[in-house]
Each structure stands twice: as structure tokens, then as C-alpha cells.
Unconditional design. Structure first.
Length: 464
């Protein structure tokens, strides 16, 4: 088969701007505006066929790393609506607020703490220059009513985080799962925050998904475990999701940033086009949560340590990552436009490619017959069905083979398998295996294909 041109530029020379990511996401079926046929709804998004596959892959990797690869972490799926006292005990009713200001002229609302200091000093709207109102505290929790009568007694909240479902089930898990400290409880689920401002695509939305793990430890050991989980979580982004190390960093919370429950806190930050922002929080929460829930429910929540028969309230190390935000990070970090020189018509040839780790790519391998006739399509379909047992596959027989490669590159498919006449006629049915990142093509027997793909995934290293 004809060799493809090599890229002259291997860096992200054109930049993964938010505009390009939004365009790609809509065009290729990663993310759609929600309720688009009715004009959409601000800050809500739907995940298309490729988007939901990418999101599910990230969730499965996180679950595997938390649950399957640790014999002292168990799973949970708590309800979205919980007893309202949960949020009094957690401090959300009292403390889960942002400072809100309004422009008297254009009516735009802002979080005061996110405005430029000069705009705050001048009390001028950054959009129109109008006068800003005095700040007032705005609680971010959504309220709703449970039951047929809407009164004060029926008020409940949509959970703003998944962590509290873990804390209120601490004793249930200890009593039923035979876990011993140190141990963790992990869950993935939806959370809701009535954000004052939502922007930057799926980075900040009112409805999102979290992946949280609360790790319970003996008081006095929390600092050691805190450092352990910091290392583990950064390694996860490098080696499991394939995020480039230069785009990640730790940010320690200062005294003015620490949450009311935190002894220490670090964020794993990603370098977005709009600056460094949080991707995951790692918090040393002390015994605040279990102590507060014990106080509010009237029953002390503690742990009897079988090692020395001591009884204590465990300290907690939390890791809290955004699943939907992880989708954005993977798309942005993988996006690249490569300059391949000129095409046959003398036009600039730019290859758009997503260097997604094979673990997270929505499609692992595409199977492509060179032509649709002479039995090649049927042979290719047979190979695709064979690979489907172990990998996410895609079969495509339409268009020139080069254009089909480019379509797969743009959605991050790491491997393409091409079936041609040599496949049909050779004794060992040799196929062409093409690698997305390098565009290298190798010829191997059909019988070696599944094992070769497995080996390539195992040894995959993201090239900067």
C-alpha cells in the first residue's frame, strides 16, 4: 500500500483552542448542546456516541484503578436526594456559597472572587462598564420538593457532591463489608451546583459527574496517606489517561482557600487555554465529616480497631475528580494539527489527530476493506467481528482509504486494519496494521493481529 507523508510538525503548532475543541466535539459526535432543537439550555450538554464512549472508558479506568487494583477500597452508589440534615451537618447549608454581583446596566451576573481586582475596586462591569451591585452570598445548592405537597417540610436538595453519601454510609459499609482501616469507599455519580457563571464548554456546568474516593485512616497517619494519594493520583493522569506531564501540576491551597473541613489540600491542575484550573482535589479532611454526622444524627460514628481494641473517629483523605471535566482534558490534551506539506493539488495538507491513549479512545481499532468488491468487504467484516470480542471496533467501507484514515485520526482511533487483495490471496491472510500517532504501517498475519494490538496497548507511550 502507498506510504503516507510524514508530518513536518509534531508539536501542537496550531493550538487546541476551546473553539476548535467545541467544533470537533459537535462535528464528530462527542458533545452536543442539550435541547438544541429548542434553542438549547445554558450550561447543559449531551454526550453523543463518541462522547459517551470516551466518558465510560475514563470512568471504567478510574473504577479499575480504585476498586479492582486495591483490595482495601469498596464501591458505593448513594442516592442523589438525601435527608436535608445531611447538608446541614456537612456545612453546605451554611458555607456552600459564592459572592454574587450584578451589573445594573446589562444585568450580567458575576462571581465577585473571579473578577479582575481592578474591576472590583472600580465597581465596573467587565462586559459593558456599568455599575456593579454590592456582593451578596448565593448558595449553590439546587432545591426541590419531595412528595405531592410543596411546603417547607418537603424541601430537599440535589446533592452538590457525592462525598456525603459515602460518609453517611460509613457504618453500613464497616458492618457489612468486613473492611479494616485503612480502607476506602469510592463512587461515581451526578452532582449539581447552581453556578453563578458557567462557561468554557463542559469545564463548568450545573450538572456534572464526579469520581470520588474517601480513604479512612487512623488519626496520626493522615499525613503519610495524604502524600501517598497525591503520588497515586498524579500517576493516574500520566500513565492511565496519557495526559502530557507538562500540562499538569499541583497547587496547594493557601489559608484563604482551604475549605472549612480541610487540614491540607492540593489540586491537580491542568493547563487549559484559559489558564491553570482544577481537575482533581486531594484533601485531608480530618474527622470533620464523621464527627458532624454523628452530632447531627445523635449517634456517635466511630470505629473499633481490631488491632488494639481502640475506638476512634477516623480521619479522611479524599480524592475528588470531575468525570465530565476529564473528558474535556483528554480531548484538549490529545488534540493536534500536523502540517504534512502540500497535497496533490498544491493545497496545504493539515492532519487533525487526537492522540488519545488507547485505554480511553472511543474506538480502539477500525477495520477497513480497500475496496467493497471481490469479497474484501465480507472478509473485513469477519475480521472486525472477531476483534469485537476484545476491543471497541468500527467498520468503514466508504470512501478513499486515505480519507478513512483521516476520519479515524480525527476521533482518536489508535489502530486501523486494512484488508486488501494480498489478505485474500496470501496463505496467512496478511493485513496492514496502521498506527495513528506515527502513521507507520506494518504487514502482519491475521492470526497475529489481536495479540499485536494487545501488546501495543500495553506498551503505549504518549509521544510529546
Amino acid at each position: 500500500m502507498a506510504k503516507e507523508k510524514k508530518a513536518n510538525v509534531l508539536s501542537n503548532a496550531y493550538g487546541a483552542s476551546m473553539e476548535k475543541i467545541v467544533s470537533l466535539a459537535k462535528r464528530r459526535g462527542f458533545v452536543y448542546p442539550s435541547s438544541e432543537i429548542y434553542g438549547g439550555l445554558a450550561a447543559t450538554w449531551d454526550y453523543g456516541p463518541l462522547g459517551v464512549a470516551l466518558k465510560n472508558n475514563i470512568q471504567n479506568i478510574w473504577w479499575r484503578e480504585m476498586i479492582r487494583m486495591n483490595d482495601n477500597i469498596v464501591g458505593l452508589d448513594a442516592a442523589i436526594m438525601m435527608h436535608p440534615k445531611t447538608w446541614e451537618a456537612s456545612g453546605h447549608v451554611e458555607n456552600f456559597t459564592d459572592p454574587l454581583v450584578d451589573c445594573k446596566k446589562c444585568k450580567t451576573r458575576f462571581r465577585e472572587d473571579k473578577l479582575d481586582p481592578q474591576a472590583i475596586a472600580d465597581k465596573k462591569c467587565p462586559e459593558c462598564g456599568g455599575e456593579l451591585t454590592e456582593p451578596r452570598q448565593f448558595n449553590l445548592m439546587f432545591t426541590t420538593h419531595l412528595g405531592p405537597v410543596q411546603d417547607h417540610g418537603s424541601v430537599v436538595y440535589l446533592r452538590p457532591e457525592t462525598a456525603q453519601g459515602i460518609f453517611v454510609n460509613f457504618k453500613n459499609v464497616v458492618d457489612t463489608s468486613r473492611v479494616n482501616i485503612p480502607f476506602g469507599i469510592a463512587q461515581v455519580g451526578k452532582a449539581f451546583r447552581n453556578e453563578i457563571t458557567t462557561k468554557n464548554f463542559i469545564f463548568r456546568t450545573c450538572e456534572f459527574e464526579q469520581m470520588e474516593m474517601q480513604f479512612f485512616v487512623k488519626p496520626g497517619t493522615e499525613d503519610e496517606w495524604f502524600e501517598t494519594w497525591k503520588t497515586k493520583r498524579m500517576d493516574y493522569y500520566y500513565n492511565k489517561l496519557g495526559i502530557l506531564p507538562e500540562n499538569l501540576r499541583f497547587h496547594q491551597h493557601g489559608e484563604d482557600e482551604l475549605a472549612h473541613y480541610a487540614k491540607d489540600a492540593y489540586d491537580v491542575e491542568y493547563q487549559y487555554p484559559f489558564g491553570w484550573e482544577e481537575q482533581e482535589g486531594i484533601h485531608s479532611r480530618t474527622d470533620f465529616d464523621l464527627s458532624r454526622h454523628g452530632e447531627f444524627c445523635g449517634k456517635e460514628i466511630n470505629y473499633l480497631d481490631p488491632q488494639d481494641n481502640s475506638r476512634y473517629i477516623p480521619y479522611v483523605i479524599e480524592t475528588s475528580a470531575g468525570l465530565t471535566r476529564s473528558v474535556l482534558v483528554c480531548l484538549m490534551d490529545a488534540y493536534e494539527e500536523q502540517d504534512l506539506g502540500e497535497d496533490s493539488r498544491g493545497n496545504k495538507d493539515i492532519r487533525t489527530v487526537l492522540h488519545l491513549h488507547p485505554n480511553v479512545a472511543p474506538i480502539t481499532v477500525a477495520v477497513l476493506p480497500l475496496v467493497k468488491k471481490d469479497g474484501l468487504a465480507e472478509l473485513a467484516k469477519d475480521i472486525e467481528m472477531e476483534l469485537r470480542e476484545d476491543y471497541e471496533t468500527f467498520y468503514d467501507k466508504s470512501g478513499a482509504i486515505g480519507r478513512r484514515y483521516r476520519r479515524m485520526d480525527e476521533i482518536g482511533t489508535p489502530f486501523c486494519v486494512t484488508i486488501d487483495y494480498d489478505t485474500k490471496e496470501s496463505k496467512d491472510q496478511t493485513i496492514t496494521l496502521r498506527f495513528r500517532d506515527s502513521m507507520e504501517q506494518v504487514r502482519i498475519p491475521r492470526s497475529d493481529l489481536a495479540a499485536r494490538i494487545k501488546l501495543e496497548i500495553k506498551n503505549y507511550t504518549r509521544q510529546a
